[in-house]
Design a protein around this ligand. Structure first.
Ligand SMILES: [Zn+2]
Length: 306
């Protein structure tokens, strides 16, 4: 049995090498990942732009990936995983539907990787994609091969590499299909785009996101975390921790309460925007051209006046 497993692994590895050389032709701009270790089983793979951060969980039973960025990053992703282990990538979980987190699905499926996601993610792959930036950008419908072959409605657990990895649906936050990933023994979390450490949170109303839900989701993540928990953010440089999550949570509560106070004074959305209620926070959180306070405040206003 050991021998047949070994043969299978060798075959997958061989196929992966063939695959790497075939993608090399298609990928022009190569983008390397920085490997940021949490321990000898879990790492964060960070691209130079600090976006779509990937989690890799590895060991003698194989590799589980959390998210896979863009199609163009697969070659670099395989190289980074190859630096960690010779074992094959067996599973990839998509934390949510956005193209910078699922873009590698098609390539990974080609390589034999089993793709998993919340059922809402798969349903959204049956049409063209839309994201909230720049007034609602469209992206092509992912290929049939890129769709998750295993979906869950609430939670799914992996039992690999002598560890339990719990994947479960968060309250509607960034989208309505956000999964949190908890590496129980390694004391680590990957929160997808519910947790961004660099800018204001993105609430994707095209895909069922909710600002108030995101506050709830952050509270849940903070509750799960302990003082030494390492947290992989969906966007932002480096690992974070419980204190980093509390900083984001407090900011979100502040924004909610300030907008609510202006609504209580009878202000319209235009008046709220003119009052710049987040002026002192914008330098820390509002530096992204395609998503800043002018995108966030209307959503907070709308949810609080519903
Ligand atoms: Zn996203």
């Amino acid at each position: 049995m050991f021998n047949s497993a070994k043969t299978r692994h060798s075959l997958v590895l061989l196929l992966s090498l063939i695959f790497v050389s075939s993608v090399a032709v298609q990928v022009s701009a190569q983008q390397g990942f920085e490997i940021i270790p949490i321990n000898d089983k879990v790492v964060m793979l960070q691209a130079p732009d600090g976006g779509g951060n990937i989690g890799a969980f590895y060991g003698p039973d194989g590799v589980l990936l959390i998210d896979d960025r863009w199609d163009r990053d697969t070659e670099s992703l395989l190289e980074a995983v190859g630096e960690l282990t010779d074992q094959p990538i067996r599973f990839a979980v998509n934390t949510h539907i956005h193209p910078d987190h699922i873009g590698g699905n098609n390539n990974l499926a080609e390589y034999g990787v089993v793709i998993l996601a919340h059922e809402s993610v798969r349903l959204k792959m049956l049409t063209e994609l839309r994201i909230p930036r720049r007034g609602g950008m469209f992206f092509p419908q992912p290929s049939a091969q890129a769709r998750p072959v295993i979906t869950y409605s609430k939670a799914i657990s992996f039992h690999l590499n002598e560890e339990e990895v719990r994947v479960f649906l968060a309250p509607p936050a960034h989208t309505d299909g956000d999964s949190f990933v908890h590496f129980v023994q390694s004391d680590a979390l990957h929160l997808g785009d519910v947790f961004r450490t660099n800018f204001y949170p993105i609430i994707d109303h095209y895909n069922g996101g909710s600002y108030l839900g995101m506050i709830e989701a952050m509270a849940l993540a903070i509750e799960i975390a302990g003082p030494t928990t390492k947290v992989i953010p969906g966007h932002g440089f480096g690992l974070s921790d419980r204190a980093g999550m509390v900083e984001v949570y407090d900011m979100m509560i502040t924004v909610r309460d300030r907008v609510a106070a202006l609504i209580a004074q009878g202000m319209s959305l235009e008046e709220v925007l003119a009052a710049a209620p987040t002026a002192d926070l914008d330098e820390r959180w509002g530096g992204e051209a395609t998503w800043n306070q002018n995108d966030l405040l209307p959503i907070v206003y709308e949810e609080l006046t519903q």
